[in-house]
Design a protein around this ligand. Structure first.
Ligand SMILES: Cc1ncc(C[n+]2csc(CCOP(=O)(O)OP(=O)(O)O)c2C)c(N)n1
Ligand SMILES: [Mg+2]
Length: 1008
């Protein structure tokens, strides 16, 4: 039975051109195999076959125009399986609709015992009690239900009562926060199985060595800096993870991924020293990295590529990148590229750091995506750099509210075990009330001023509480520890966190900044900056943690490392052996991706004839071609922050699907259309919503998957170029440090090319920002063949040869026809410039004309005019990258200056222009500084034109006139420049100014 394949619903488009026919008669095809590619003026999309079968006849050819219903081909043969694709598509989401098990309940039963759980303690603080007997009855009923029917039932009843209360119109207390006590009650704590005696010693040595390396460095030279107080507060949080939880990467397991708080780095080095991974000599080179073997100030994979994995010190970026790392890990698993090994992503953050909008900016996504592989640990030492984080409030409560509101599993670790007994004795709730009402500024002072002060100011507020501690000495009171310094409480929290299902977990731990530093910096406002400890301080620090060093050794600030045969070192190493190896450690075993053959790019080398298209369309078409390459296709990660339609990429929705961890639970409104919005659990596109920072974090996660997951991926992040480097420049820097490989595409780029959008959208400087990143390779191509050659080279360099660089390529939305590739231009395209065309005049003068992006086309038009109307010989050079030319120029110049007796070498620009006569005029759609970069390497008069000043909306023609980069201004400026070089009479230029109506009195655009 023969069957027609016709064009399905393609939205509002009619008479759309066929640009590719992907089958021929006789081909056996499967359902969804592409038949043809259609291209509208904005986007291209493949039409898939709705059936399986054999092509008997083709009804169309390249260049034909088709609309909905046009027949493309006929299928025949017994293989035809008539399936209604629409029905199938509709069935899919229904199939994927699953009822989520009630995760919390599961978790409650995880250790087989019924315990008093978070819900019981999560009650908001009540107002004054007017009927304690009645209150007690309610509480007793609740306890009764928990005992007889378990916590799930109790939770259900409470929810029911709350629902009832709302329907009665009651105003209920705010439930964002729970009382200021540990989320896990003492009765439910899971104690650490570790040997606490040995662990305490190990922790003491790490603390000592971490402080010693900072003090020694600053003794050598106070310029070097460093931090002691941060790690001092976080040591237990790290130790418990290192000894009991964080599993390393090895040949059996992918490894947990740990984002360390940037300025706690000395602690990580100090542990690695005990483990024998870092030598004493290296410790002595903390923050001295110019000579080989130094240790980075902070986690910098670029500088310590075998050690650090994640760059975190720019506050806020770590949390955001960790969230998207966790999300990307799930993406890889759902796409079948990674085994699900229950790996966790841990992110350590300071409480001050939580002020950064980025730190909290993506927590909603983490909950939405059910990232139960993600654990945040917020070290609440209540201080940041200058002083308290929330002196008048409580950072722990504030964060609890925000994370609970976002849907996270929140575990507060506020009080250490020494408080357990006091809390148990607190029958009236007065202790919890006092704990809750004291503000962080007070808590800071409590730890700075000693036991007597705490007795007076904290317990002393209520006689009952004073009485509660009457039998305790001041020293006992001082010993009442904070949760984040209690290994059992921390262990218990981590234990619960790794078992959380269906949501991410945040552990909010209370600690003391500068713990153990005593008068020199414990809980002081100056703690953060403390990098010097005098003899007295050091002796105190040694005694506080019982570090076995003599006074003399302390005075010499010697490191302490027991012999390898000691029980401490054996224990420490054994812990890591059990957990699979070293952390942090950066390795990569990813296989490279074979660069696709040139024929995939061949069509871009030819002229597009009459057909006009933008370089964005070229790129999208190229990506569609790449999706047919079996090596590249599965590894492409297109990332788009809600701009797919702007860039003509909606065709990807159907073809490769949008990643959605729960699939698609609804029938999309446009389900009848070819480019219907298709979400899929194994979808490939990351449609990020409107978050450039999030999209960039995804890009970093994908571009470093070769090391974090041993899978080489090819992330391609397309964004409005103005919202790229300018918006998320700090992440672009972190990406470079992380050795991210992938493509950033600054689409709708150029100040006059993006016409209507105006001042905030028009980008005239992103290339300059890109140029500040040493391992970023950037291009501003004009023509399809340039884009294709650059892109293929990028694939080769990054993903086949594994160079640690990334690409920034600008793409435009201006449609024009593209010429064929000039023979022999490949190398020039990659190096940054090549001779595009020569326009012979009458030899009246000679000019070298350089242009990039769409303004190259104005240069070409100007050259035509100059040669025809003024008899000037023009050579037009397409400059694909002023940035690459400048890099090469700087390097060659430096080499020449360092070799004064040798024959100077020529930079690539000089090589191109050497022997070419005439001055140089350069123009781009960016500010003049972009093209000015090559000025020092051109030994000729050089004039540059550019788009300096604020953008504004208007037509391209008017904008180019305004910024003086249109063909007329280029002609006039060239004539005028020739006159100033005395190569032409000035009246020629005067005449041209009149002829082209150029206003000589117009104010310079930067002032308008
Ligand atoms: C984006 C950014 N801004 C400022 C800094 C400088 N800085 C380094 S640490 C710090 C205070 C951090 O306080 P917190 O997060 O509470 O960490 P703690 O040392 O208390 O653990 C500041 C402001 C930075 N590293 N990054
Ligand atoms: Mg802090």
């Amino acid at each position: 039975m023969a069957k027609n394949i016709s064009v399905p619903d393609i939205g509002d488009f009619k008479e759309v051109e066929i640009i590719e026919v992907l089958v021929k008669p006789g081909d056996k095809i499967k359902k969804n195999d592409p038949i043809v590619t259609l291209e509208s003026d904005k986007s291209s999309v493949e039409v898939p076959s709705p059936f399986e079968g054999k092509i008997s006849e083709l009804k169309v050819k390249i260049g034909d125009k088709v609309s909905e219903g046009s027949v493309l081909a006929t299928l025949e043969g017994s293989e035809i399986k008539e399936e209604d694709s629409k029905v199938k598509e509709k069935e899919k989401p229904v199939k994927e609709k699953k009822i989520e098990p009630h995760e919390i309940h599961k978790e409650e039963k995880s250790n087989g015992q019924i315990v008093k759980r978070e819900k019981l303690y999560a009650q908001p603080i009540s107002k004054d009690d007017i009927d304690p007997v009645e209150t007690q009855e309610w509480v007793d009923s609740l306890k009764g239900v928990i005992e007889s029917d378990g916590p799930s039932r109790a939770g259900y009843l409470i929810k029911k009562i709350i629902d009832e209360a709302y329907s009665e119109g009651l105003t209920l207390p705010d439930t964002r926060t729970t009382p200021y006590i540990n989320t896990i009650p003492a009765s439910a704590d899971v104690r650490s199985p570790g040997d606490q005696n040995i662990e305490r010693k190990i922790r003491a040595y790490i603390r000592w060595n971490a402080a010693a390396m900072v003090v020694r460095a600053n003794k050598k030279n106070p310029e070097l800096g460093g931090h002691i107080g941060t790690f001092a507060s976080a040591a237990t949080l790290y130790d418990v993870g290192m000894n009991h939880f964080w599993k390393a990467k090895n040949n059996k397991f992918g490894g947990d991924l740990i984002y360390f708080q940037g300025h706690s780095a000395p602690g990580m080095y100090a542990r690695a020293f005990l483990e024998g991974r870092i030598s004493e000599k290296q410790l002595d080179k903390f923050r001295q990295e110019v000579e080989p073997g130094g240790l980075s100030s902070y986690p910098h994979p670029w500088l310590m590529p075998k050690f650090w994995q994640f760059t975190t010190v720019s506050m806020g970026l770590g949390p955001m990148m960790a969230i998207y790392q966790a999300r990307f890990t799930k993406y890889l698993i759902n796409r079948g590229l990674l085994k699900d090994e229950n790996r966790k992503i841990w992110c350590h953050i300071g409480d001050g750091e939580m002020d950064e909008p980025e730190s909290l900016g993506a927590i909603g996504l983490a909950a939405r995506e059910k990232l139960d592989n993600l654990i945040f640990v917020v070290n609440c030492n209540l201080q940041r750099l200058d002083g308290p984080v929330r002196g008048n409030g409580k950072i722990i409560q504030e964060l609890e509210g925000r994370f609970r509101g976002a849907g996270w599993n929140v575990i507060k670790v506020i009080w250490g075990s020494y408080w357990d007994q006091l809390l148990a004795k607190d029958k009236t709730g007065l202790l919890v009330k006092r704990m809750t009402e004291a503000v962080d500024g007070e808590y800071q002072a409590f730890k700075a001023k000693g036991g007597a002060y705490v007795r007076e100011k904290f317990f002393g507020k209520y006689p009952e509480l004073k009485e509660l501690v009457a039998n305790m000495t001041d020293a006992d009171i001082w010993k009442l520890n904070r949760g984040g310094h209690d290994p059992h409480k921390v262990y218990s929290a981590y234990h619960a966190a790794v078992r959380s299902k269906g949501k991410p977990t945040v552990i909010i731990a209370k600690t003391i900044k500068g713990y153990g530093m005593g008068k020199s910096g414990e809980s002081m406002n100056t703690t953060h900056q403390q990098k010097k400890l005098d003899e007295k301080d050091l002796l105190y620090y040694r005694d506080r943690f019982n570090v076995p060093l003599t006074d003399k050794q302390v005075k010499n600030i010697e490191y302490y490392k027991p012999p390898d045969s000691s029980e401490e070192i054996k224990y420490l190493k054994n812990c890591r052996t059990k957990l699979g190896g070293n952390i942090p450690e950066r390795t990569t075993f990813a296989k490279s991706i074979k660069t696709p053959p040139v024929d995939i790019f061949e069509s871009f080398m030819k002229s597009t004839g009459e057909k006009e298209m933008s370089t964005t369309m070229v790129l999208v078409r190229m990506l569609a071609n790449l999706l047919r390459d079996k090596n590249v296709a599965p590894r492409l990660v297109p990332i788009i922050p809600d701009e797919a339609r702007t860039f003509g990429m909606e065709g990807f929705f159907q073809k490769i699907g949008i990643y959605a961890h729960e699939g698609q639970k609804y029938e999309p409104v446009d389900s009848e259309q070819l480019s219907s919005y298709r979400e899929d659990k194994s979808g490939q596109v990351l449609q990020e919503g409107i978050t450039e920072a999030g999209a960039m974090s995804s890009w970093i996660a994908a571009g470093t998957a070769y090391t974090n997951h041993d899978v080489e991926m090819i992330p391609i992040y397309l964004f409005y170029s103005m919202f790229g480097f300018q918006r998320i420049g700090d992440l672009a820097w972190a990406a470079a440090d992380s050795q991210t490989r992938g493509f950033l595409i600054g689409a709708t780029s150029g100040k006059t090319t993006l016409a209507g959008e105006g001042l905030q959208h028009q980008d005239g400087h992103s290339h300059l920002l890109a140029s500040t990143i040493p391992n970023c390779v950037s291009y501003d191509p004009t023509f399809a063949y340039e884009m294709a050659i650059i892109f293929r080279d990028g694939l080769k360099r990054m993903h086949e040869k594994k160079e640690n660089i990334y690409y920034y390529i600008t793409a435009m939305n201006e449609n024009y026809s593209h010429p064929p590739k000039p023979a022999g231009s490949d190398q020039g395209i990659l190096k940054g410039m090549y001779l595009f065309k020569e326009f012979k005049g009458k030899g009246k003068a000679k000019v070298q004309m350089l242009g990039s992006g769409t303004i190259l086309r104005e240069i070409i038009k100007a050259a035509e005019i100059l040669s025809k109307d003024y008899g000037i010989d023009c050579k037009v050079w397409s400059v694909t990258s002023f940035n690459e030319l400048k890099k090469n120029g700087m390097e060659v110049e430096r080499k020449n200056l360092l070799s004064p007796s040798e024959k100077p070498k020529k930079s690539y620009v000089e090589t191109c222009l050497h022997g070419q006569e005439g001055m140089v005029i350069a123009a781009s759609d960016y500010i003049r500084s972009y093209s000015d970069q090559i000025r020092p390497f051109i030994k000729k008069p050089f004039y540059s034109l550019g788009t300096d000043g604020f953008g504004r909306s208007d037509t391209r023609e008017k904008l180019r006139k305004f910024f003086e980069v249109d063909k007329k201004h280029i002609v006039v400026y060239t004539l005028s420049a020739l006159a100033s070089e005395q190569l032409l009479e000035s009246k020629q230029a005067e005449k041209a100014i009149k002829k082209y109506n150029i206003d000589q009195n117009k104010i310079f655009p930067t002032k308008l």
